[in-house]
Design a protein around this ligand. Sequence first.
Ligand SMILES: [Zn+2]
Ligand SMILES: [Zn+2]
Length: 354
Amino acid sequence: MSEPTLYFESVGAIHLHSDFSDGSLPIPEIAKIAADKELDFLMFSDHNTLEPKRQGLEGWYGPVLVLIGYEINDPDDRNHYLAFGLDQEVGDGLEAAEYVRRVRDQGGFGVIAHPAEKRNFSEAYPPYPWTDWDVEGFDAIEIWNQLSEWMEGVTRSNIGWRILHPLRSIRFPVWETLERWDRLNRFRRVVGVGGIDVHAFQIKVFGLFPVEIYPYKVQFRSIHTHVLTSKPLLSNSGEKAVFSESESLIYEALRMGRCFITNSSLGDGLGFRFQATDGQKHFEMGSRINKAKDIQFEIETPLPGTIRLLCDGQVVVQDKGQELQFHSDKSGVYRVEVFRKRRGWIYSNPIVIQ
Ligand SMILES: [Zn+2]
Ligand SMILES: [Zn+2]
């Protein structure tokens, strides 16, 4: 049997706002905070502008790789779409189908943001769900959005607790989104990523006093996206070519679905693995295996938890510990969820038996 390919793991935060839109700090300061939290990369998506990229703010900030995309919305301010890997904006005032198509045509990587958002605690902060599910050609969806989850659970009676305990408010991704994600993956690869949607903005509680929700340093301790790149990122020499090679490694891993999402406040997910083998070859997350033989799934977690393997959204095996194996020859979308302290800790991308 062939040896599995060696991959290199990097940990990042996706979907950040800076002072180029409604975030509260400049990009270099945010990158410094991320370095303290030992993040490897950040993916910024300010609203409707690639201006920070034009100003040359992409690059290495010490050990942190900063990539810059932007967040697009339609004329009704719905269907928010994160577009990365572009040199210029795709145009204003477009409908979702058109910007999804243009991002793809221009070689970008597009992510549906907070797809099932349902906030209802205040008219000042309405939800921005994805409504146009007839569109085709998006690369990924945000299966977990930290800000959405915080906002969705807020009520007048718990807002004080939630402001004091922002990390404990993060429990699970929205079931409706996971179900849709499983369905989409039956037909083609749709990658799942975690979004933190960090703004560190102030909200007015009951219209009275402003409170900062989630400073960046707190945000950076929760939802992370871990990517497995085919080579290590080449940090920090300041050369343009070195930056673009590292950038391509991250986008390649994301496009292939070689990534998983963790709530790092429940424990460091570094080292989690979900792989499959047919006895000859190894398959990583994101793989689509043509149905032929018996497939062995192998799961390893860096800390004990409750590990679940799902096929098409149904649990096929569950156990406590740090390892789990399972055999199957049944086609379906297989993915892993790991729980700690009765909350969602790790969500893998799927391996699909077609
Ligand atoms: Zn948004
Ligand atoms: Zn956003």
